[in-house]
Design a protein around this ligand. Structure first.
Ligand SMILES: CC(C)(COP(=O)(O)OP(=O)(O)OC[C@H]1O[C@@H](n2cnc3c(N)ncnc32)[C@H](O)[C@@H]1OP(=O)(O)O)[C@@H](O)C(=O)NCCC(=O)NCCS
Length: 179
């Protein structure tokens, strides 16, 4: 019987994650994404970075990482950013990406996180409830290269703040070229 599992990634999973990134992202994106994954695995933020991997019969076929945002606003709202997400080329379109996102949302909701943000394709992330309108309340630390794709989803009972919050992200994502 084929066994599919999703679990938290550890530093020892880095070589397997590297293989996933190699086949999921284009050759030109590969290097920057691998650097990001390595930096996220070492990030000592509070609250912590949380990364998930999907395994098929013990082989890693998908990866997603979630890193916390911080801000100085008076609002108590807490948030994470989803980045990056990759599924091995020959395992795409089989629901692996969706399972990683949904498992991540459940995990962060249990942790008491209020908002999940992502900078990606609205046609894909919109399926899970990510919306441009929600993300308008959260101002990223760097100008965005594309005029679309900055998305957010409230995952707790909290409402998006009326006044936009300018936030900082984890060190691994604090690179203007990633935005
Ligand atoms: C995007 C990605 C993670 C999706 O993973 P996946 O396991 O194939 O996703 P799922 O099986 O859950 O969903 C597949 C569906 O999403 C659609 N989809 C995938 N990428 C899409 C995109 N950029 N825009 C719109 N739809 C997209 C597929 O066409 C498919 O549609 P269908 O259900 O109607 O057939 C995977 O294609 C990937 O690794 N891509 C390269 C890396 C990347 O772009 N990562 C995201 C940005 S960080």
């Amino acid at each position: 019987m084929i066994s599919k599992t999703i679990r938290l990634a550890g530093e020892k999973d880095l070589p397997s994650i590297r293989k996933v990134i190699e086949t999921s992202f284009s050759a030109e994106e590969n290097k920057a994404i691998m650097k990001l994954v390595a930096a996220l695995s070492k990030e000592a933020s509070h609250p912590p970075v949380k990364s998930l991997i999907a395994e098929l019969d013990g082989h890693v076929i998908g990866y997603v990482s979630f890193s916390p945002i911080s801000h100085k606003s008076a609002s108590p709202i807490s948030g994470y950013i989803l980045s990056p997400l990759g599924v091995s080329a020959n395992h795409q379109k089989q629901g692996i990406g969706s399972s990683l996102i949904k498992t991540g949302i459940e995990m962060l909701t249990r942790d008491g996180v209020d908002v999940l943000l992502v900078y990606g394709d609205p046609a894909y992330y919109g399926r899970f409830g990510f919306r441009e309108k929600t993300a308008l309340s959260f101002v990223p630390p760097y100008p965005l290269a594309r005029p679309f794709g900055w998305l957010g989803m409230m995952i707790s009972e909290a409402s998006a703040p009326m006044d936009p919050i300018k936030f900082e992200c984890a060190g691994a994502l604090s690179k203007p070229e990633l935005w």
